[in-house]
Design a protein around this ligand. Sequence first.
Ligand code: HEM
Length: 437
Amino acid sequence: MQQASIHSKDRGGMVSQSPPFAVPIRYMTFGIVCFGIFAMDLAFQSHHLASGDPGAPALVALTHMLTLGSLLSFVMGAVYQLATVAFLIPIANVPLARINFWLYSLSLIGLFISMSLWWASGFLLFGGLAVVALFIYAIVMLRSLTQVKVKDVMWGFVVSAHVYLILAITLAIVLVSVDSGAMNALSPWMNQLIATHILLAAVGFFSFLLIGFSYKLLPMFTLAHGYQTKWHRWTLILAHSAMLFLLLGIWSSMILFSWFGLVAGVCVIVLQALSLKDMVRHRMRKKVEAPIHAVFYALAAGLLAIGLFSVASVTGGRQVSWKSVVTLYLLGWVTMTMMGFAYKIVPFLIWSKRYSHHKGPGKAPVIADLVNVSTSRPVFIGFALGVVTLTAGEIRMWLPLTVFGAILTAFAILLFCIQMFRVLDLKKLGKELSDHD
Ligand code: HEM
C-alpha cells in the first residue's frame, strides 16, 4: 500500500514561503462579497430561471457573478496561499499578484454591468481586461508551479487546471467578440463555442483544481495519515479522458463520444469519493465535521449532474435541460465543495494573522473560537435543498418551485457570508489591509 502523510514542515496552512496576508485575503474577501451579491441577484432573477431562456443577459451576468466574481476570486486567493503550503514553493511574482487584484475586481464589475445591459463596447473592454487579469493569474501560478521538485498527481491536477483556464478564457474572448458583433462569422458555431467554454472553465479549471487540492486539504483538515493514494493517478488520466471525449462530442456531434466522456466522468467521481473516504477512515480527528460532509455531498451532486446530462442528451436536451445541468454542476459540486473548504481555510488564515504570535495578557483564542463549524450544518442543508429544488424547478420550468429553490439557496448563501464576515471581522480587516499597503 502506498502511504501518504501531510508535510511536517507546514503548520496546517502557513509556511515560510506564504505570501503576505493581504494578498490572499483580499481576493477571498472580494469573493465572499460577490457571493452575497450573487445570492441577492439569484433571488431577484429567479422568475427568469424558469422561463427557459439561458442566454438572457441578466442570467449570463448572474452566472459570471458566481463563476468569476465569487468562485474565481476566492480560488485565486486560496491558491496563492495553498500552493505555497501544498508544494512548498513561493509565488513567482507576489507584487504582480497583489496589483492584479485591482485589475481583476474592476474588470469584473465592468463586465457584470456590460453583461446585464448587453453593452457591446463594455463587453470588449471589460471582458478583455478580465481576460488579461486571468492570464496574469494563470501565468504567475504556472511559473510558480515549475519550481516544484516532486511533480506528483496533485501537481498534475493543479497545472492542468491552469492550462484549461487559459484555454477557457481564450475562448471567452472569442465569445465576447461574437456577442459584441466583432466576429459575426463565428455565430453559426456559437452553441459549440459556449459549450466548450463551459466545459473548459467549469470542468477543466474548477474540477481539476478542487480534486487536486483536496488531496492535500482533506488530510490536513482531518489529520489523516497512511491513506491510499493508488487511485489518484487513474483519477487524473480518466479526468483528461473525460475532457477529451466531451470535447469530441461537442464538435463532432457524435453522441458516442459524449457517452464515453460521461462514463469517464462517473469513474472520476467514484474514484475521488473512494480516495476521500479512505482519508476520512485514516483520520486522527475524532469527529467528521459538517464542512467535510459537505465535500462528500458535493460529489453526489456532481454525479447527479452527470446523470441529468445523460438524460438531456438522450431526450435531445431542450436548452433548459442543459441550463439545469450547468446550475447543478456549478452550485452543487463546485460551489458546495468550495464552501466546505472555506469554513476551514478562512478561519485558519485569520487566526494565523491575528493570534498565532499572541503575546499579550490572557489566553489567545483557538481557531474553534473564531467559528463553530457545526453552525455550518443549517447552511449546507438549506443550500443543498435549495439547489435541488431550483434544478427541479428549472427542469419542469415550474415557476413557484424555481423561485422557492432560488430563494432558499440565496438564504443559505447569505447565512454563509454572514458567518464568514464574522470570522473576517471587517473592521479589523480594513485596518490590517490599510496597514499593509
Ligand atoms: C473561468 C470561469 C468561467 C466560467 C465557469 C464561465 C461559465 C459560463 C457559462 C456557464 C456560460 C453559459 C451562460 C449561462 O449559463 O448563463 C458562459 C457563457 C459566456 N461566458 Fe463565461 N465563464 C467563465 C469565464 C468567462 C470570462 C472570463 C468571460 C469574458 C471575459 C466570459 C464570457 C462569456 C460569454 C461572452 C458567454 C456567452 C454568453 C452568450 O452569448 O450567451 N466567461 N460562461
